[in-house]
Write a protein that binds this ligand. Sequence first.
Ligand code: BGC
Ligand code: NOJ
Length: 800
Amino acid sequence: MITRPDTPLPWLNYLGQDDLFGLCTNTGGGYTFWRDARLRRLTRYRYNDAPYDPVGRYLYVRDGTSVWNPGWRPTKVALDRYECRHGLGYTRLTAAKDGVEVQLLFFVPPGEDVELWRATVRNETDRVKELTLFSYLELCFYEALNDMTNFQRTYSIGEVEVEGGGIYHTTEYRERRDHYTLFGCTREIAGFDTSRDEFVGVHNGLHDAAVPFTGAARGSVAHGWNPIASHQLELRLGPEEEETFAFVLAYVHGAEPKFERSGAANKEPGRALLARYGRDGAVDEAFEALRAYWDGLLSALHVDCPDRHGTRMLSTWNQYQCVATLNLSRSASLYETGIGRGIGFRDSNQDILGVVHLAPERTRARILDLAATQLSDGRCFHQYQPLTKLGNSAIGSDFNDDPLWLVLSTCAYVKETGDSSILDERVGYSDRPGSAEPLLHHLETSVGFTVGHRGDRGLPLIGHADWNDCLNLNCFSTDPDESFQTAGDVEGSRAESVMIAGLFLYACRELAGLYRHLGRPDDAERLDRARAGMLAAVEEQAWDGEWYVRAFDARGAAVGSRSCEEGSIFVESQAWCILGGAGRENGRAVRALESVHEHLFTEHGVVLHQPAFTRYDPALGEITSYPPGYKENAGVFCHAATWIILAWCLLGEGDRALEYYLTTCPSAQEERIETYRSEPYVFAQMIAGPDAATPGEARNSWLTGTAAWSFLALAEGILGIRPDYEGLRIDPCIPCGWAGYSVTRRFRGATYEIAVSNPEGVCGGVRSLRVDGRELDAKVVPAARSGEQVRVEVVLGRGG
Ligand code: BGC
Ligand code: NOJ
């Protein structure tokens, strides 16, 4: 719950779960789109404006001559009460002024292409109140980039139709579009406007918009310029009386026939929606359906552990954020404009790791969509457009970590669901139209790509970049007008990545495990051999004495080595070499983590490298372009920091693991929110590091791989509940001081009530495991039948 509207930054929530999505801030700002924030944007937004977050879902309340907004913006008139509740799939603003309380509830009912705004207006006084309300949103011409740039055309194409309380945005409907936007009201209206110039005024802003301040709608019909949708409502409320009604924002497509009467859009589907939500109780029923949807989803996992932040994040908000990253990848947030980036290959494959337990069908479909953007030589389109599902050629491929993430997501899917039929699903390669190969073929192609693209040291070639998009070892850019991400000659280059080598170790072990599960030991051994070869290369080439080097640049010089003046130790290579199983027998894993603790751990989390780069270096690329302490230049990159938590867990260091977890955990930042600034309920991509001018300040919240990996760090690493082919593996690594914890986990349709106790005050080691009262020898709780309830009692202790 947010209790003041002037938060340190706009704090965001998402509406929608299927196709229609809305961004909604704590003052009602944001926009709505259908499936694709670039190609099907329904309402407008202006990024990076002053003030931030300048457009949204607004209601103006005119009470006598005073005009105010229940979300505070845009008039910013002081409210007597204000509260914003960002909930699961909904945002509710409640505000009061001069004895009038208004509540606005925004949500998208499951399975619908409709965003509802339920409004409840209450007269808290003992006198009659006569109020005039004006709704407001600004319409977008669907293709958001064109909408923001091509005014010589867009100022002349806008069209609307108005019928009763329904405002129909029909721009381009007469020609190539088969969809329109409806903004309607379920209550009788007293007027409307559809022209921004009329409603707002050419020389006004939304804070002093002409119509609400003069008090009367003008009935304007937009012909070009900027169409908006606004209703005027007259309310007369007796003492203590209240009234509830709703606004309906809908995406309507495929109406048959397309037109009714002489070129007018077929508005029948729109009328039906207004009639439907005008029925008593219909909006409340839809809201109930939304609650049931989220309760059902999040019932997949519930924890109760001694750390209140961990409990709160894992049971609710972290899972919720993971669903947002599955839905939107990195496309639309307050930092991603919905235009440049669609669904990222490495991003979405990692996102899947955090949601497969609660949305297995959707992750299955996503894995197949991602695989379809792989090329037959193993490379992958780095991003694809959600509406068309086609690879984005502006960014192309050659991020050489990309292919391997597909192995991780697929194995996670099979472990969670037991459904190995996905491996036989036929998916084409995007450069071979009409081709169709089993998904398993794609996984082999991925591994084969890394094997076939190694440099002089036998380590993987990096391409444009590996996971760290800003480590551009083949770019050598001196031209400010080109992108670090696409410039440079990757074909002829020799730069190698130790991070990809570690990821390869991990992926090979995963794929070998999958083959063993499938009863194909020969294939498993083949992968073991490939892994052994890479492991030897890592141990022979990449150990720097106290940590693993990060990479070798195009001239063969080490990056992330003691020999480097700046950037002499990096986090990613320690994390992935250790997670991939390097350094176990020779003690290097422990040594490398101690180096991380010594050089990279800070009160705000683990920074990406040290020392920060102070000069631009074309041989290293974008990483040296950020001011020290920010983003990839020695910021706390929360995503990478989570891998270290998992690495501590591998080494059995539960106290360290939780200590690290809490540094980046949003809920733990509430006490220092003025410094942190971002939402204290979702993980951020980056927290400024100690080299920055503003250490501890978070940026790029919501759409980040941090969500999935923080989930894994706590659920699988610390609490130690891991899906495996045969069942649920239980292997905790907790702080020694924890007396115990409990987890309710859905797994393949059965529900496991897991109680872990720690009588001896250890970090890990399962002393005994009982399933429904029966003692088991193994650490794996066998998969039960769907629908069953399973009671699991775990006692930790020495000798476990
Ligand atoms: C950012 C990276 C991001 C990349 C995407 C860079 O400017 O710093 O975090 O992955 O852009 O293209
Ligand atoms: C954010 C990008 O979405 C992700 O793909 C990348 O791995 C990280 N930044 C690190 O550069």
